[in-house]
Design a protein around this ligand. Structure first.
Ligand code: ATP
Ligand code: MG
Length: 188
């Protein structure tokens, strides 16, 4: 099964993905984590991505698509995967669909996590990652609204979108996700 988490910065995609990927026994693929690891290791990709991440901008599609596509070829993805933070643009979504079609592995479910920006801003400032300053976070929210939200309509038309309230405690959100996954007939 192939799943995607979509949602604004700080909504809990990473936290919930860790649980859901182990619940469904599929790998958790976070482009944010992969990009931060590349920056840490000072690879060519990391050097190109660093400035975009610091400024709260999206890393260019071709870079991110390449990272994801090569990760999907790894052995542990053969029975599916959970994507977190990708796709983030319509171009990425269309490219992903093409690459998954050629593998005969279409998306099973897209989970949208929602919460108010004021609550998210507080969570992010508390988290305190380098790109979590209020100024950069505002930029990331803006990009989410303009570039990523159009994906919701794209997936809704394909009838694979489920929206989940991400504003409760992590346990409450987890139960909503468990239910959504079960309703879709996806269980480990
Ligand atoms: P959350 O807090 O819910 O885990 P986030 O939006 O705070 O999510 P990441 O998903 O880790 O954080 O992304 C951090 C940064 O990495 C983004 O601001 C962007 O610069 C870059 N990035 C991650 N995924 C992508 C992508 N699919 N396309 C372009 N840039 C990306
Ligand atoms: Mg994350």
């Amino acid at each position: 099964m192939q799943l995607v988490f979509v949602g604004p910065p700080g909504v809990g995609k990473g936290t919930q993905s860790e649980w859901l990927s182990s619940f469904l026994a599929i790998p958790h693929l976070s482009t944010g984590d992969m990009l931060r690891a590349s920056v840490e290791q000072k690879t060519d990709i990391g050097k190109s991505a660093q400035g975009f991440i610091q400024d709260g901008k999206l890393v260019p599609d071709d870079i991110v698509i390449e990272i994801v596509d090569s990760r999907l070829d790894e052995e542990d993805c053969r029975n599916g995967f959970l994507l977190d933070g990708f796709p983030r643009t319509l171009e990425q979504a269309e490219m992903l669909d093409q690459r998954l079609a050629s593998r005969g592995m279409p998306l099973s479910l897209v989970l949208e996590l929602t919460a108010d920006e004021s609550q998210l801003l507080q969570r992010l400032v508390d988290r305190g990652r380098d790109d979590d300053s209020p100024e950069v976070v505002r930029k990331r929210f803006q990009i989410y609204r303009n570039q990523t939200k159009p994906l919701l309509g794209y997936y809704d038309e394909k009838n694979i979108l489920k929206s989940i309230d991400g504003s409760g405690t992590r346990e409450e959100v987890r139960e909503h996700i468990r239910l959504a996954v079960r309703q879709q007939g996806l269980e480990a």
